[in-house]
Design a protein around this ligand. Structure first.
Ligand code: ADP
Length: 146
């Protein structure tokens, strides 16, 4: 029998979509307590994409967006995280699934806990970001049905 051990959990959430954490957060908290793991909460602000579109925005647009994201995420942590959980919060800007995978590697995570969908669209079983993370991340991924 393999002995499982997780020390760094990554919980990627979309602050605009409560279904991305409603069921995933309690699972991540249980796992953190069970394994004595540290929780890393990540939210990704999608970037502007094409430079031609990006050029319509002021030069410090990304910096401002990142600051707003950090404020919103720290408010979320205050509201949703119990005191017994050790956690850090991270804001990334870019392509959602790429940033989730990069953060998991950079932070030395050994488990990613994520909801299968952000929205209530149930046409398919796994959302596009969840599918890509499951496929490409080298870590174990716990997909919580949302
Ligand atoms: P859908 O498009 O059907 O909502 P996704 O694959 O985008 O499905 O969402 C699944 C999961 O991907 C979410 O529960 C969350 O864990 C992660 N995710 C989606 N958007 C973001 C985001 N902006 N920042 C961090 N994680 C995200």
């Amino acid at each position: 029998m393999t002995e499982m051990s997780f020390k760094q959990i990554l919980l990627p959430i979309d602050l605009g979509h409560p279904s991305s954490w409603k069921r995933a957060l309690p699972v991540a908290l249980d796992m953190a307590r069970a394994y004595g793991a540290h929780l890393n909460v990540l939210t990704v602000l999608p970037d502007m994409g094409m430079p031609v579109v990006g050029s319509f925005f002021p030069a410090d647009f990304e910096k401002k967006a990142r600051e707003k994201g950090e404020e919103a995420l720290s408010a979320w942590l205050k509201e949703n995280l119990p005191d017994d959980i050790e956690a850090d919060a991270y804001v990334a800007v870019g392509t959602i699934y790429d940033e989730i995978i990069a953060a998991a590697d950079k932070l030395g995570c050994d488990l990613i806990v994520m909801a299968s969908h952000r929205s209530d669209m149930k046409d398919y079983l796994l959302g596009p970001n969840a599918a890509r993370v499951v496929r490409h991340a080298t870590q174990d991924v716990f997909v919580v049905r949302s």
